[in-house]
Design a protein. Sequence first.
Length: 317
Amino acid sequence: MLLKCVLYLRCWYVRLLISIHLIEISPMLRFALFADIHGKFLLPFKLVHHYQQITGKSIDLILQCGDMGAFPSKDCMDKATLRHAAKDRNELGFMDDFVQPNPQIARFLDKLNIDMLCVRGNHEDHGFLDELERQSEQAAFTIDAYERVWVLKTGDSFVFQKGGESLEIIGIGRIGDRKQRPHGEFIQEYERQNLRRLVKDCLKSKHDPDVLITHDKFGDSQRGYGSVEIAEVMDKLAFAYHFYGHTGEAYQQNLADNGITQSVKIKELEFDGEGKLSEGCMLILEVEQQKGDKHFTLSPVPLNEIIHFMRDTWRYY
C-alpha cells in the first residue's frame, strides 16, 4: 500500500513538473500598443521597461499608431506642434534625443532591446520620412539614430516572428481626405495603389492578415471625418484587430462593420491636468497559438496604479 502511494505521488509530481514546464515554454507573443506620442519617443520605451520589471512579462515589440512627432528640426514643424512645443519641450523629443545619439539613451535602449513599429500620422515631417522611405526596399524603414524606431509603409505586410509564433501586421499611415489633396499629411495615390494591390493579393490567396494599425479611423460619412481607404480595406479583409488614434476620443473597443474585426481607439499618450497619464493610452496584446488558431487577449495597462509616471518626473525613472 505504501509503495502504491509513493508511486502515485511520484507520477503526480512528474505530471506537475511537465505541466509547469509546458506553461513556461508555451509560445506567446506580447505587444505594447500606443497612439499619438507627439514627440515623446522615449516615453513608450520607458513604460515598457517598467511594465516588464513590475509584471515579469516580456514585451516583444511596440506598435504605435502615428503622430509620432518625427521632426528632425524645427524647419518643417507644423504650427500646431510649434504651439504645443512652446509649452512642453517633450514635443521636441525626436529632435532632442533621437536624431543624434545620446550615450545614456543608447545604453538604455540597447539593454531594453525592443523596437517600436509605427505608422505615419498627420503631425510628422513627411519630406524627411518620404526620403527615408524611398531609400528602403523593406516593408519598414528606420528613422532614428539608434535604429529602434521603424515606420511601416502603407499597404506593405510586416510579419513579426519569434519562437515559432508569428503576427502579420498591415499599416495605413497619414489621414484620409475626401478631396484627395496631395499634401503630405494625407494618404497619397501611390499608397492607395499599394492598398488595392494588398487587397487583391489577400483575396486571391484567401488570406486575412492579423492586425491593422492606422492613424486615422475608418470612414465615417455621418460625422464627416475618417479615411475611406481604411474603411474599404476593412470591408474586404477580416483582421482580428484594428488599432488607431488621431480622433481625440477616449479609449474604446467596438466591433467593426465587417462583423469580425475588433476596432480599438487607443487614447493619446498624454498627461492630464493633474500630470497623470490618461486611461487607455497603453494596451497589451497577447497572441497565442491554440489548436491551430491564434488566440488574442487585449487589456489596458492601469498605469496610474502600477507605474505612476508623472509629467514632470517620468524622464528620471
